[in-house]
Write a protein that binds this ligand. Structure first.
Ligand SMILES: [Zn+2]
Length: 251
């Protein structure tokens, strides 16, 4: 199994061990600094920590981490130039598999400018992007994201994450992949299964988004087990278990 969106730097080794023992082979860990940051050196240090330290820490417990780095919308009170340069370097050296997570949260001018620039970098370098959508005002912010996307990037390079039953209709016909985050306070496994049942398995990626917020490190295996229990088609289950993620991120 592949958990397509976690925050390894915010979790314990015990979580990685449990995830690995529950059948998760690979997890994609994303950049997000959970405290106010107004200095790009601090943010760069956070991103380098994920790349160098967290990958080693997870692997001590068997879990392979793939890394997505970028400027999260809540981390945009910085001078982003240094991070843009680093993104080019990490892409060139193939140290990251995507730019992420990026996106919009409060629709500030800084957020929008930094989001657009990261989409431009991704499009120029043909790199995948993991796009965050917020808990609050999801439909409104998603609409702005969908207006910006085609002007800056080939939508086939993007996964729009944290899609839930209230907004799935507005994105299902886009060329993007769609992330389903099964997390307490965000979406239950039953709601994720309802979406898969209605819209099919081809466009979706599953993840836990484990972070400092209420989280379940095993939400992906629990959802996969529930699909198996309900006798969904084996090939369909494999798509959201790992096939879609392997194909999209080329991992
Ligand atoms: Zn996240």
């Amino acid at each position: 199994m592949i958990d397509t969106h976690i925050h390894a730097d915010l979790r314990s080794g015990e979580d990685f061990k449990e995830m690995y023992l529950s059948g998760i082979d690979v997890a994609i860990t994303c950049g997000f600094y959970p405290y106010k940051v107004d200095n790009e050196i601090v943010l760069l240090n956070h991103l380098n920590r994920i790349l160098k330290l967290e990958t080693e820490r997870a692997f001590e417990h068997g879990l392979k981490l793939k890394v997505a780095l970028g400027i999260h919308p809540t981390n945009t009170k910085i001078n982003p130039k240094m991070i843009y340069e680093s993104l080019y370097n990490w892409i060139k050296s193939r140290e990251i598999i995507a730019i992420g997570e990026i996106g919009l949260e409060n629709l500030t001018v800084d957020e929008i400018n930094i989001f657009k620039k990261q989409l431009d970098i991704a499009d120029e370098t043909k790199t995948k992007v993991i796009i965050h959508t917020p808990r609050k005002n999801k439909a409104k912010v998603l609409k702005v994201i969908l207006d910006i996307l085609p002007q800056h990037i080939d939508e086939k390079l993007a996964v729009i994450d944290h899609i839930n039953p209230s907004v799935v209709n507005s994105v299902i016909n886009k060329d993007c992949m769609l992330g389903l985050t099964v997390q307490p306070q965000k979406m239950t496994k039953e709601e994720a299964i309802t979406i898969l049942n209605e819209y099919g398995f081809d466009k979706f990626l599953l993840n836990s988004d484990i972070s400092t917020k209420a989280s379940d490190p095993l939400s992906v295996p629990k959802t996969i087990r529930e699909l198996q229990k309900q006798n969904y088609n084996k090939k369909d289950i494999e798509k959201v278990s790992f096939l879609n993620a392997e194909k999209f991120f080329k991992i």
